[in-house]
Ligand binder design. Structure first.
Ligand SMILES: NC(=O)c1ccc[n+]([C@@H]2O[C@H](COP(=O)([O-])OP(=O)(O)OC[C@H]3O[C@@H](n4cnc5c(N)ncnc54)[C@H](OP(=O)(O)O)[C@@H]3O)[C@@H](O)[C@H]2O)c1
Length: 252
């Protein structure tokens, strides 16, 4: 049910954190994986680890804001592995934080471009290849920030992550009839280099706002991505799936 045998996946943001753990899990479940991120060296280490575990992966470094790169990732999946069945558009970053009146337009654009426009560009080139194989699964990493929580200082990030849910819903409606499922994954605070928990106080705060009183390990979020990628979620499309340790409902 959760197996990805003979499936081909593209995972962005695979050089670190949630994307890295997900690429490894997808490969463990039998998928051939194209791993993406800007840091080639980190991607190469990941490919070597996957190969050591007898999985198949190739790395291709670039910036998700670059449309030529988005297209090249799909071309690589099709050229080297024969097609595309799963795309996990996960690359993202909180960007520079601060109150709206102090936020430079440049900062706003950078955060929106990385988290939202990059995912749109990815989907634009992935959808035709996914349909070519009869559908498949398209997943975006959104966040509780911008959906169930207004976190001060995170306006651009929240707007981008909320935008991904709208993009998810439209794509799910546009391509459901052709067998393509499209979902957003909403992690809670996750213990990755991208988390904003740089001090013990910040970490204690983030842990405390979750019902489970801890942060997630990236492998836990990867398992939810596997659910959305696999046939286990065959009747799930257009959703915003929480894997958030209860941060969205917690009031204690
Ligand atoms: N950690 C959390 O608490 C949390 C909670 C909710 C949602 N999320 C979301 O989860 C996703 C993964 O984050 P993470 O926590 O795993 O953080 P992470 O460890 O910092 O990973 C972020 C990944 O995105 C890639 N990336 C960032 N900007 C990019 C760009 N312009 N072009 C290409 N790749 C880019 C990074 O690769 P390079 O640096 O090599 O380019 C890296 O692989 C993000 O979308 C994040 O917003 C995280």
């Amino acid at each position: 049910m959760f197996a990805l045998t003979n499936k081909v996946a593209v995972v962005t943001g695979a050089s670190s954190g949630i994307g890295r753990a997900t690429a490894k899990l997808f490969a463990e479940e039998g998928a051939k994986v194209v791993v993406a991120g800007r840091r080639q060296a980190e991607l190469d280490v990941l490919v070597a680890e996957i190969a050591e575990a007898e999985g198949a992966a190739i790395a291709f470094a670039g910036d998700v804001r670059d449309e030529a790169y988005a297209k090249a990732l799909v071309d690589l999946a099709v050229g080297r592995f024969g097609g595309l069945d799963i795309a996990f558009n996960n690359a993202g970053s909180v960007g520079q934080m601060g109150p709206v009146p102090d936020m430079l337009l440049e900062t706003w654009h950078e955060t929106i471009d990385t988290n939202l426009t990059g995912a749109f560009i990815g989907a634009k080139h992935q959808v035709p290849a996914l349909l070519e194989r009869g559908g498949g699964s398209l997943i975006f990493t959104s966040s509780f920030v911008g959906h169930t929580a207004g976190m001060p200082g995170m306006a651009a990030y929240a707007a981008a992550k909320a935008g991904l849910i709208g993009l998810t819903q439209v794509l799910a409606a546009e391509y459901g009839a052709q067998g393509l499922r499209v979902n957003a994954l909403l992690p809670g605070g996750t213990d990755t280099p991208g988390a904003t928990t740089t001090t013990p106080e910040a970490r204690a705060f983030v842990e405390g706002i979750h019902a489970l009183k801890r942060m997630a390990q990236p492998e836990e979020i990867a398992r939810s991505a596997l659910y959305l990628a696999s046939d286990a979620s065959s009747f799930t499309t257009g959703t915003a799936l929480f894997a958030d340790g209860g941060v969205s409902i917690n009031r204690t």
